[in-house]
Design a protein around this ligand. Structure first.
Ligand SMILES: Nc1ncnc2c1ncn2[C@@H]1O[C@H](COP(=O)(O)OP(=O)(O)OP(=O)(O)O)[C@@H](O)[C@H]1O
Ligand SMILES: [Mg+2]
Length: 343
C-alpha cells in the first residue's frame, strides 16, 4: 500500500490531500478563492497565484495532521504540473518539488485532466478500462476513450468554448454572479426549459465535436425578452441536448466496447447533465459512473489518486519537470478548426 500526498493549484482552488493506493482518502483540504475573484466576475491569474502561495503550506500541514502522519510516512508527492493558469501551476509544482527534495520522496507530475479522468476510479475501483469519458469542465469539453493510465484517445473536443465556460458566461449575462455553473443550475430549477428557443450547435452533425459559442450568443440576444430563470433553464437544456447528442454519436462510432459511460469535471456536478447521461447509458445497456459531486470540481484527492495510479506503474518524474499551461491528454489528436481551440 502506498500513501500519496496530492497538491492542486491550477485554477482558483488550492488543495492538498492524502490518498492511499486502495482508494482510502485519509485527508482532503481545500480553500476556495471565490471572494477574492468575485469583484472581477472571473478568475484573475495573478490574484490566484498569490493566494495559492499563502494557502498551500497550511493546507499541506492540515492534511498531514488530519491523517495523523508525517511527511516521512508519505510514499510519493503528486502535484498538478498543468494544464492551467501558469502562475498557479508553478506554485503547486514547486511546492511539490521542494517537499520531494526535502523529504527525499519521488515526485509524480500529474496532468490535471488525468486527475479528472481517473477520478471516477477513486470512488469506484471496479470501473475498468477502457471507458468512454465525457470530460466537461471549466476549460475543456472532450470525449475520450480512456484505455489506461496515461493512455487516452480523444474522440471529440470543443471547437470554441468549453461547456463550463459557457455556463460561466451565461451566468454573467444573466447577472447570476460568479461562480456561474451552480448559479445557473439553481436559477434553472425555477424556469421553463422550453421557454426560449435556443440553438443546439453541431447536434446531428457528421463531425464529432462540440460547439457552445453560438448558444452563448443566442442567450445574449434573448436576454431582454425572457426571465433569467427561463433563460437559465433553456440554456441548461440546450447544453444537455448537445452533450447527449455528441456522446451518443461517440458511443455509436467507437470501435471498442467501453466498460462504462463516465462523466467527470466540474460540469459533471450538474444534476440535469448527470441525469441525461445516465438515461443515455441505460439506452445503450452501459454502466454509468459519475464521481461524487465534491470530486467533480477541482480538488487534490483526484490529483493524489492519479499520482497513486501512476506511482503504481513506476511513473515518477524528475525535479526539473516543467510546469505547462497547455498539456493535452492525447498528444496525437488532430487539431480542430476554430478560434480558441482547447487542447
Ligand atoms: N452545478 C454545476 N452546473 C454546471 N456547471 C458547473 C456546476 N458546478 C460547477 N460547474 C462548472 O464547472 C467548472 C469548474 O470545473 P473545474 O473546476 O473542473 O474546471 P477548471 O479546473 O476550471 O477547468 P479544467 O479542469 O478544464 O482546467 C466551471 O466552469 C463551473 O461553472
Ligand atoms: Mg478542473
Amino acid at each position: 500500500m502506498a500513501l500519496i500526498l496530492g497538491l492542486e493549484s491550477s485554477c482558483d482552488e488550492t488543495a492538498a490531500a492524502l490518498v492511499e493506493s486502495d482508494g482510502t482518502i485519509r485527508a482532503h483540504k481545500l480553500a476556495r478563492q471565490e471572494e477574492a475573484h468575485r469583484p472581477y466576475g472571473g478568475v484573475v491569474p495573478e490574484i490566484a497565484a498569490r493566494a495559492h502561495v499563502e494557502m498551500l503550506g497550511p493546507l499541506v500541514e492540515a492534511a498531514l495532521e488530519e491523517a495523523g502522519v508525517t511527511l516521512d510516512q508519505v510514499d510519493a508527492i503528486a502535484a498538478t504540473a498543468g494544464p492551467g493558469l501558469i502562475g498557479g501551476v508553478m506554485v503547486g509544482l514547486v511546492t511539490g518539488k521542494a517537499l520531494a527534495l526535502a523529504a527525499n520522496k519521488p515526485l509524480v507530475a500529474v496532468n490535471h485532466l488525468e486527475g479528472h479522468a481517473l477520478s471516477p476510479r477513486l470512488g469506484d475501483q471496479s470501473l475498468e478500462f477502457p471507458y468512454l469519458l465525457l470530460l466537461v469542465s471549466g476549460g475543456h469539453c472532450q470525449l475520450l476513450l480512456v484505455e489506461g493510465v496515461s493512455r487516452y484517445r480523444r474522440l471529440a473536443t470543443t471547437i470554441d468554448d468549453a461547456a463550463g465556460e459557457a455556463f460561466d458566461k451565461t451566468a454573467k449575462l444573466l447577472g447570476l454572479g460568479f461562480p456561474g455553473g451552480p448559479a445557473v443550475e439553481q436559477a434553472a430549477m425555477r424556469g421553463n426549459p422550453r421557454a426560449v428557443p435556443l440553438p443546439r450547435p453541431l447536434v446531428g452533425s457528421g463531425e464529432p465535436h462540440f460547439s457552445f459559442a453560438g448558444l452563448k450568443s443566442a442567450v445574449a440576444r434573448a436576454v431582454n425578452d425572457y426571465s433569467a430563470e427561463d433563460l437559465a433553464a433553456s440554456f441548461q437544456q440546450a447544453v444537455v441536448d448537445c452533450l447527449v447528442d455528441r456522446t451518443r454519436r461517440a458511443l455509436t462510432s467507437v470501435t471498442v466496447q467501453p466498460s462504462a459511460l463516465v462523466v467527470a469535471g466540474g460540469v459533471a456536478a450538474n444534476k440535469a447533465v448527470r441525469g441525461a447521461l445516465e438515461t443515455l447509458a441505460a439506452e445503450h445497456a452501459l454502466r454509468f459512473v459519475a464521481p461524487p459531486l465534491w470530486l467533480c470540481t477541482d480538488n487534490a484527492a483526484m490529483i493524489a489518486w492519479a499520482g497513486a495510479e501512476r506511482f503504481a506503474q513506476g511513473l515518477t518524474d524528475p525535479l526539473d519537470t516543467p510546469a505547462r499551461a497547455r498539456w493535452p491528454l492525447d498528444p496525437d489528436a488532430e487539431k480542430v478548426r476554430g478560434a480558441g481551440v482547447k487542447a
